[in-house]
Design a protein around this ligand. Structure first.
Ligand SMILES: O=C(O)CCC(=O)C(=O)O
Ligand SMILES: [Fe+2]
Length: 357
């Protein structure tokens, strides 16, 4: 066990099942929405239960990821991420990224990962800068490994299920913010279904991450050591992250609102760890802030996690909602952005949220 363990986890647990069940009572939905409001205001992070995905399926996702990362590098590199516009047919975003290639706030992250995105289906693909057969940033096809052979099918089914879960969470968020029923909202288009409409064609990201155990004394963490972090401190840049991780304790840490206390977000079997991203912060005018988190894996074994980023559609416009501006003192803190443009800035910069680019 790591000696740097922060406070044990006491993140709230939200049961989302009333937002799946068409026969749930208004009071059951209200109870979930109220708990969600508190969780998002206080932590921006919570455990999600009642999502309907059996634990056996979740375990399968983790074990397939582990199998992939245990293959030789030459096998992993068959689906290597390449630069957009290059002759290899890369799009700068999809595929396998080797150890230390990801950079957060100027530091190398000690992890390897594979990224898949929603297929580019909202607009025609354009030719990349390298001419015919090359791709622009994010516009290439997803890259799937040959081994483990069943990974593609299992992960694609998982993405389908998670989109349903994401939808239920953002529906509950609209209710939690008291935005009012469709057609009855104070401002047109800003009712409780506003996030549901914006994420209908979610430009989701699925990321499979492998973390070797960090070597060195725990005191080194935070020092000027390029390898000090498994994943540096960041906020997620989108809407809602649904994270599945293996049981390794002490790795994922969440920064509390006091700005100095790190809380362990150790996995609870069968639950997903959910956090809100920068787009929710923008929509709510900062009423719900995206929370900083990091990974420092100094525990036992090779850690595996699979976050799913449930995002707005590529062309969705995100701006502070009038109701939230009102609740936060009447001054609009953020401008409108188009989600896809925001994403291109992040992917191009090769680091996560936390700072505007
Ligand atoms: O591996 C984890 O627990 C979290 C990873 C993460 O924060 C991210 O990929 O954005
Ligand atoms: Fe994150």
């Amino acid at each position: 066990m790591t000696t740097t363990s922060p406070t044990p986890s006491s993140l709230p647990i939200i049961d989302i099942s009333p937002f799946f069940d068409p026969h749930s009572t208004p009071s059951a939905r209200y109870a979930t929405a109220t708990a969600l409001n508190t969780a998002c205001t206080t932590y921006g992070f919570f455990y999600l239960t009642g999502h309907g995905i059996p634990e056996s399926k979740l375990n399968r996702i983790i074990s397939l990821a582990r199998q992939f990362f245990s293959l030789p590098l030459s096998e992993n590199n068959k689906i290597k991420r390449h630069h957009a516009g290059g002759p290899e047919g890369g799009d700068g975003a999809r595929g396998y990224q080797g150890m230390g290639e990801n950079v957060t706030l100027g530091r190398r992250d000690m992890h390897e990962a594979v990224d898949w995105y929603r297929e580019w289906d909202h607009a025609p693909r354009e030719e990349g800068s390298g001419g015919k057969g090359t791709y622009k940033m994010l516009q290439g096809p997803n890259l799937w490994p040959e081994e483990p052979a069943e990974l593609k099918e299992v992960y694609e089914a998982y993405v389908e299920e998670l989109q349903g879960v994401g939808m239920a969470v953002v529906r509950a968020m609209g209710v939690a913010l008291g935005l009012g029923e469709v057609g009855k909202g104070a401002v047109e288009g800003e009712d409780e279904e506003v996030f549901v409409r914006a994420t209908e064609r979610s430009f989701w990201v699925m990321r499979m991450i492998g973390y070797p155990r960090l070597e060195g004394s725990p005191d080194v963490v935070g020092a000027d050591d390029m390898e000090a972090f498994s994943c540096g401190e960041h906020t997620d840049y989108g809407c809602v992250t649904l994270l599945l991780a293996d049981p390794t304790p002490g790795a994922l840490q969440v920064l509390l609102k006091d700005g100095k206390t790190w809380l362990n977000a150790d996995p609870i079997p069968g639950a997903l760890v959910v956090n809100i991203g920068d787009m929710i912060q923008r929509w709510t005018n900062g009423l719900w802030m995206s929370t900083k988190h990091r990974v420092i894996h100094k525990g036992e074994g090779y850690r595996v996690s699979v976050p799913f980023f449930f995002e707005p559609g590529f062309e969705a416009r995100v701006r502070p909602l009038a109701r939230c501006v009102e609740k936060t003192g009447g001054v609009k803190k953020y401008e409108e952005c188009v989600y896809g443009e925001h994403l291109l800035g992040k992917v191009g910069g090769n680091f996560y949220g936390g700072e505007e680019v």
